[in-house]
Design a protein around this ligand. Structure first.
Ligand SMILES: Nc1ncnc2c1ncn2[C@@H]1O[C@H](COP(=O)(O)OP(=O)(O)OP(=O)(O)O)[C@@H](O)[C@H]1O
Ligand SMILES: [Mg+2]
Length: 374
């Protein structure tokens, strides 16, 4: 006797749809069920980009059907349709066309903030999001090189009588950097006030259009630029990059601490462990924990935050950055997969943040000189 479709759907009702309080049938995740005498094929779709959600649903379907229909061949096809952020713009008046502003910070210099930011931006664009990127490292901009646009200059456009910059675009990412306004051998020797003014211009005097995410690649430390940023715009969330090294982790704690300060109160989505382990190209399965192991995990656990992703130290990531083609442009490599998972988690955590917390407000600080991050 052939297997009834209705019986299959009934059996699938025991499988929960994560984060919804519903089962996969009533939650609309089961898209198709095809049965024969001895086989069942289920097509299911989830809207979460996080891998473990997809896996949980897939495993749940297999388990439920194996129990109800032993000795029947079960095939499950899963797809993921990424839900775009449904929240309202972060603030009505300030940058109304930008849904989420995510700052990438570190504490310590040289841990890979810019590399990680460039790759997140490319992954987001590949996922179908509208992405902008501000290189806030006024004294040491790196984005023009990482996106192979160092010879480009932003065009001007008059909007409502005001002269605005049009961001430079490559790989689906719109970008502005102070590097577009200097020559390669020209050092920017500005006082803090000039640097912060330049940063504000990059953000406000630009025609970004509609954006799902504006990523901000911050300089190291917790200085003027960081304070200007949180004072000027409502930053939706921050992501902290660290290597597993003790000295980097100590600074990462301070970096996270700055955003978590009561007077600033920008939610920190979590940590990125960059250069988590070294993998030589010729031995892709070997992992060498040259900067130590589990440091970011322990720090994250201590601060009650998740590790959003682990990025290996591989030569191709450095080379890709140097030639201006971020590693994430390639599909299917281990490094591209690592950046993909990281980006999924950032998108997911941003959506969760917007669902659970009120929008960030701009920080009003009369005297920032006395701020200390713990
Ligand atoms: N996962 C990685 N594997 C290999 N090389 C990496 C990795 N991440 C970063 N790098 C390399 O490390 C160097 C520093 O990276 P990057 O410039 O991104 O760091 P940063 O934190 O932005 O530095 P700064 O504090 O100066 O802004 C670069 O040469 C980059 O190519
Ligand atoms: Mg940098």
């Amino acid at each position: 006797m052939s297997i009834q479709r209705g019986d299959v759907l009934e059996a699938l009702k025991v499988v929960a749809l994560p984060n919804t309080g519903n089962n996969i049938v009533e939650g609309g995740a089961v898209k198709n069920v095809v049965t024969t005498d001895n086989s069942i094929t289920v097509t299911a779709m989830v809207t979460s980009p996080v891998l473990h959600v997809k896996k949980a649903v897939e495993d749940g379907i297999k388990k439920a059907l194996a129990e109800k229909f032993p000795n029947v061949a079960v095939q499950v096809t899963m797809s993921v349709e990424i839900a775009k952020p449904t929240i309202a713009p972060v603030e009505e008046v300030i940058l109304p066309n930008i849904k989420n502003i995510v700052a990438i910070a570190s504490g310590k210099g040289g841990v890979g903030k810019s590399t990680v930011t460039a790759n997140i931006a490319v992954q987001m664009a590949k996922m179908g999001f509208k992405v902008g990127l501000v290189d806030a490292d006024i004294y040491g901009p790196s984005m023009p090189i990482m996106f192979d646009v160092e010879k480009e200059r932003p065009l001007g456009k008059t909007v409502n009588g005001k002269q605005m910059m049009l961001p430079v675009e490559n790989y689906g990412v719109k970008m502005l950097s102070i590097g577009f306004f200097t020559t390669p051998d020209q050092a920017v020797a500005w006082r803090g006030s000039m640097a912060t003014k330049a940063l504000k211009q990059l953000i406000f005097d630009a025609e970004w259009g509609e954006l799902d995410f504006l990523l901000i690649d911050l300089p190291p430390g917790t200085g003027d630029i960081h304070l200007t940023l949180v004072q000027s715009i409502p930053v939706t969330a921050a992501v902290i990059v660290s290597t597993p090294q003790t000295i980097a982790l100590a600074d990462a704690r301070k970096g996270a601490g700055l955003f978590k300060m009561d007077s600033i109160d920008v939610p920190v989505l979590g940590f990125v462990e960059n250069m988590a382990y070294f993998t030589p190209a010729e031995l892709p399965d070997n992992k060498y924990y040259i900067f130590g192991q589990d440091g970011a995990k322990n720090l994250a656990a201590d601060m009650g935050l998740p590790v959003l992703g682990e990025i290996p130290l591989v030569q191709s990531i450095r080379e890709a950055g140097d030639i201006g083609r971020p590693a994430s442009l390639q599909d299917g490599t281990p490094e591209s997969e690592a950046f993909y998972k990281l980006t999924q988690n950032i998108v997911e955590e941003t959506i969760a943040r917007n669902n659970n917390l009120p929008p960030t407000t701009k920080v009003e600080m009369s005297n920032t000189a006395g701020c200390t991050a713990h």
